[in-house]
Every structure is written in structure tokens, then in C-alpha cells.
Write a protein that binds this ligand. Structure first.
Ligand SMILES: [Mn+2]
Length: 443
């Protein structure tokens, strides 16, 4: 299984180069007044139970601006003798602590291996900040993550602004090297999904699908970008189901929403397929409708299109399709709704997609479906397109024919917006009915 994935996966791209990170620092500082200071703090580690911690994930902003991926740490950008300085505060070397919890780069290691100008010990941040902030007129701070450092910052400076808006505008457009990393994350997740399809058999557990996919991630030195969702039958109609604890039965569909990360960059794929490898006529009817709407959503990912274009494209097809299948008994206008809030929303209750990058629901604007941010699509943006239809048999707020009950289908791909039209990064993951029927259970 792992070898099959390795054989089709290209070479893993290098992490983002230091020169590119230096350029990001320069771009950020170009937006800051010279008498201001900007502080970005790492995510704290969090306790799972008693003395066991959750796996640490670096703060995306800190990683974006310094490449730092270790635990602890904070970056301070300040202007000193005509230059901007990026100073990284890290945990100092400590043989005793390292013996228990892992090696640390320390001050020297951080200075020589990361693209920063100065390093200092986190133990000194309070004193240092006192000096640096005494000379500053304004402060930019991404707070709320590490309460200890937040407290220090708050005690030194009563008012600060949030620099995320500036950095988000940088993060929302992906460079070539970011796209390469995202393509690799998309390929790895695509091939992992194919392995789950191949090995799927009635009687297996949802957790078996999860173990195949996450095993492929781990085997390739990656990790899930968000908890994997594997839901068969009615479980597929629960959007954030991730207990993955039920047995998959003959005749049911299974929905898998799983993606991995590479140097912090996420992929996000959803596929839905019949556990026994053959769609029933009713499952096929819904699947074909969702697929048609997803393809229309992808086609709408054009440079210059408003953010809402993708959601409108998928919604119009779903609304009409639900009427054609006799699931909705109303006019197209009523099905769609004036603000895309018509009767079809009973069965498609989420947005059509979101930005994708260092965060799976990446920065840069609202989600499709909220009319909050009317962004225009630009080259280098990466979005997901993921319409779905959900007919939970357990729901007593909808009235549907029994033949549709227990069908939940979502199809999700990752799309790079380019001048030459949308590029599907997750194209290696099959989604046509013919392909799926020939792959599922073929192992
Ligand atoms: Mn998604």
C-alpha cells in the first residue's frame, strides 16, 4: 500500500527557502511605521490529559515569517539603526529538559538555521520588550495564543493593532514554491484516498479507512491537516463527524474528508463512494448531481470572478437538480432563494469552499456562502470547491422520500486559480462514477 503511493508520488519539494521568507519579512516591515514594533507569538502546547500533550502545531503566522517549526518561540520585528530586525525568542539549551522533552536548537542553532537577524532566550523577553517598547510609538501584536507573553505585552503597552490583515493579504496569494508544496500535499492525499478506495470492503470499519489514509500520510513524513472524517450512510450527513467508529455495510455510501500537510501547507479532499463498489440508481442520481455542480464550481474559479461566483454556480445546479429529481416541489426561484438561501439549503447547508494554505480554512476572507467579503479571484489563490447534498435519515426537520434517506455526498477538490483557468491540484484523486466503480474494492 505505502509502496504503491511512493511509486506514483514525485519527489518531495524542499521547504520554503530562507530567501523567500526574508522577502516576506521585508514585505511585512514595508507596511509598518518605523517607530512601531510587531510581535508574533507561537501557539502554546496544549494538554490532552494529565501530563500528555496534544501534538504541537506551530503558529501559521510565525512559521510564514520565520520558518520556525519548533515549540515555544516568539518573533519581534523592530527598527534599529536604519534597519528592520527580526529577532526570534526561543527556548534556550537545557540538557535536563532536552533529555526529557527533545532536543532544542537553542539560541545559536536558531540563529544559524533560521532566516532571522538575532536570537534571544524566551526567559529574557519580558526585560527586552520593556526596552524595545519604551522606544515604540505603536505596537502590532498577534495575541491570544500564549497567555504568558500576552500578559507581558499588555503590561507594557495598553493598545495594539492586529497585523493579521497585512499578513493575510500576503498569505492569500501563493508563490510558486508554496504551490509546489501544496501540489505535493494534494498528490499524497489523492493517492491515500485511492488506497482507501481500493482496500474498501463491506464489513470493514470507518476507522480502517482512516488508518489507511493517515498511515499513507505518516509513511510519507506527513500528518493530517485536520481530523479525518470517515462517515458511512447517515454518518456522512453529519458535517464534522469524526468519531469514525461504525462498521461500513453493503449498500451504503462512505464519505471520506481527509487531507495532509507538507511544511505546514494543507490539502483538503473529500470523496464519496459505495462501500461495495457499485452505486445504486438512487445514489448515482445524487452523486451525478453533486459532481455536475462541483465541476461547475471549479469552472467558476476564474481570475477576476467575484468570490461568490463559485457558490452561485454550484447552488444553481443543485437547486435545479433537486427539482428535477422531485426532491423539491417548488419553482426554481423558491428552490434557489433570492440570496441563495432557498429550499435547497436544507440539503446543502455549508459553503462551496474556502481558501487553502498554511491553514486548512486559510486566511484571506469569508467563506463562500457568507456574503461577508466580496473578493475577486486572483492568480495564485488556492480554494476548495466542495458542494454536497445530505439527506440524513435521522433528521425530522426535512421531508424526503425514503429512497434518498441516508445518502450523504460531498466531492471536494483543491483548485489553483491561474490566468489560464482553474488548475485542479487534486486531479490524481478520481471522482467519475466509472473510475470509482473500477477502483473500489479492487485490491
Ligand atoms: Mn474543505
Amino acid at each position: 500500500m505505502y509502496e504503491r503511493v511512493s511509486a506514483v508520488l514525485g519527489a518531495r519539494p524542499e521547504d520554503v527557502k530562507h530567501s523567500e521568507i526574508r522577502q516576506r519579512q521585508e514585505d511585512l516591515c514595508g507596511h509598518l511605521a518605523e517607530d512601531s514594533v510587531c510581535i508574533i507569538v507561537n501557539n502554546p502546547s496544549s494538554i490532552r490529559s494529565r501530563d500528555v500533550h496534544h501534538r504541537h502545531r506551530f503558529n501559521s503566522y510565525l512559521h510564514y515569517l520565520t520558518g520556525w517549526h519548533e515549540e515555544g518561540g516568539a518573533a519581534i520585528f523592530y527598527h534599529k539603526s536604519e534597519h528592520w530586525v527580526c529577532k526570534l525568542y526561543v527556548n534556550p539549551r537545557d540538557i535536563k529538559m532536552e533529555t526529557w522533552n527533545g532536543r532544542r536548537p537553542g539560541l545559536e542553532g536558531a540563529l544559524s538555521n533560521w532566516p532571522v537577524d538575532e536570537t534571544s532566550s524566551l526567559d529574557d523577553i519580558e526585560e527586552d520588550l520593556g526596552e524595545i517598547l519604551a522606544k515604540a510609538e505603536s505596537l502590532h501584536h498577534i495575541g491570544g495564543l500564549d497567555s504568558e507573553i500576552d500578559k507581558i505585552v499588555n503590561s507594557k503597552f495598553s493598545k495594539y493593532s492586529d497585523p493579521r490583515k497585512i499578513i493575510d493579504e500576503m498569505r492569500v496569494i501563493k508563490s510558486n514554491s508554496e504551490v509546489e508544496l501544496m501540489q505535493y500535499a494534494a498528490d499524497l492525499a489523492s493517492h491515500a484516498h485511492v488506497e482507501a478506495m481500493r482496500l474498501c470492503k463491506p464489513g470493514m470499519g470507518e476507522w480502517h479507512m482512516q488508518s489507511i489514509i493517515e498511515g499513507c500520510f505518516l509513511h510519507h513524513k506527513s500528518h493530517w491537516a485536520y481530523p479525518s472524517i470517515v462517515g458511512c450512510a447517515d454518518n456522512a450527513t453529519i458535517l464534522h463527524y469524526n468519531e469514525n467508529k461504525d462498521v461500513m455495510n453493503d449498500g451504503e455510501l462512505v464519505l471520506i474528508d481527509a487531507g495532509c500537510e507538507i511544511d505546514g501547507y494543507a490539502s483538503d479532499i473529500t470523496r464519496t463512494f459505495p462501500v461495495n463498489g457499485v452505486f445504486t440508481e438512487d445514489q448515482k442520481a445524487i452523486y451525478e448531481l453533486v459532481l455536475k455542480s462541483q465541476i461547475a464550481g471549479i469552472e467558476a474559479c476564474q481570475v477576476g470572478s467575484p468570490w461568490s461566483a463559485m457558490h452561485r454556480a454550484t447552488s444553481e445546479i443543485l437547486a435545479q437538480g433537486l427539482i428535477d429529481l422531485g426532491i423539491l416541489d417548488c419553482s426554481f426561484e423558491e428552490a434557489l432563494g433570492e440570496n441563495l438561501d432557498g429550499a435547497f439549503r436544507q440539503f446543502f447547508m455549508h459553503g462551496t469552499g474556502h481558501f487553502l494554505g498554511l491553514d486548512v480554512h486559510d486566511v484571506g476572507g469569508g467563506r463562500q456562502g457568507d456574503n461577508e467579503s466580496e473578493r475577486t479571484l486572483l492568480p495564485g489563490m488556492v480554494v476548495t470547491i466542495e458542494p454536497g447534498l445530505y439527506f440524513g435519515a435521522w433528521r425530522d426537520d426535512i421531508s424526503i422520500d425514503a429512497r434518498w434517506a441516508g445518502i450523504g455526498i460531498r466531492i471536494e477538490d483543491d483548485i489553483l486559480v491561474t490566468e489560464n483557468g482553474p488548475v485542479v491540484l487534486t486531479a490524481a484523486c478520481p471522482k467519475s462514477i466509472d473510475e470509482i466503480e473500477s477502483i473500489v474494492g479492487s485490491a
